[in-house]
Design a protein around this ligand. Structure first.
Ligand code: HEC
Ligand code: HEC
Length: 210
């Protein structure tokens, strides 16, 4: 299994990484974690909702494939401690050790996350504008400035590219209404100024990003 994971890793790492520095950090992390253990946990628990390849099995469940390992590990720690509230994820994270969280992060980070097909191209075009230019009339900053031109994020910021529409919409609403904790300062300011149409448009465009 180790050989399989490492083969997938070699192919996916440059694609899912925003910069060479990101890719190098991922390579280093992969050498220091137990990917077999991560695979075991995934097949026992996570796979039912997040899908065999981390591409999500239901619309409410986020894709984890291609997501930064540091971000995944931090979210798991926050679910475990209850700092990020989720009745679904809290019990999933409660028995994970710090090493397992990091290993799970790397395990998903190296998996490829292809773009999703957009149902409404005109809606996605509105999303593309907002993503790259923001909305100067309502004071919404563009998303690209932080999450990157291609939506790949950084080691401190989540990847958005190719995420499912329903999950992105839900998170933007949670940020807007504030129950998403603990790091909601920045995203609250942004999401609270978005209209329903803008949220749907952004989610559609983001799902189509590679
Ligand atoms: C019963 C379904 C289910 C199972 C099983 C499950 N998850 Fe989740 N997961 C979810 C849902 C739903 C969310 C969104 C939570 C929210 O924001 O309210 C989520 C969110 C996450 C996130 C945050 C992603 C992001 O982009 O912020 C991570 C990381 C995660 N899960 C990892 C795991 C791991 C690792 C396992 C296995 C140990 C697992 N999940 C098992 C349903 C599940
Ligand atoms: C100033 C920087 C900044 C800007 C601009 C920004 N974001 Fe974020 N975003 C963040 C940070 C930081 C987080 C992580 C919050 C956390 O850890 O809970 C985040 C998280 C998110 C998440 C949650 C991802 C997940 O996997 O759960 C979504 C969705 C999101 N941002 C969408 C957007 C959209 C859409 C825009 C543009 C309208 C945008 N962001 C603009 C900094 C930014």
């Amino acid at each position: 299994m180790m050989i399989l994971s490492m083969a997938a890793f070699a192919i996916a790492a440059p694609v899912s990484a925003q910069t060479m520095a990101d890719a190098e950090r991922l390579v280093r992390a992969a050498q220091n974690v137990d990917l077999d253990r991560a695979h075991e946990i995934h097949m026992e628990t996570c796979f039912a909702c997040h899908g065999a390849e981390g591409l999500s099995a239901t619309p409410d469940t986020p894709r984890l494939a291609g997501q930064h390992f540091q971000y995944i590990a931090k979210q798991l720690a926050d679910f475990k401690s209850g700092r990020r509230e989720s009745t679904v994820m809290q019990p999933m994270a409660k028995n994970l050790t710090e090493e397992e969280m990091l290993a799970l992060g790397v395990y998903f980070n190296v998996k490829p996350s292809p773009a999703q097909r957009v149902r409404d191209a005109e809606l996605a075009a509105v999303g593309r504008y907002l993503y790259h230019r923001g909305n100067e009339f309502s004071g919404v900053a563009n998303c690209a400035g932080c999450h990157g031109e291609r939506g790949l994020g950084t080691d401190e910021l989540p990847r958005l590219a190719s995420q499912g529409t329903r999950y992105t919409e839900t998170q933007l609403k949670l940020f807007s209404e504030r129950p998403r904790t603990p790091d909601n300062e920045i995203m609250h300011t942004i999401a609270s100024k978005l209209t329903e149409l803008e949220i749907k448009a952004l989610a559609a465009y983001i799902s189509s990003m590679e």
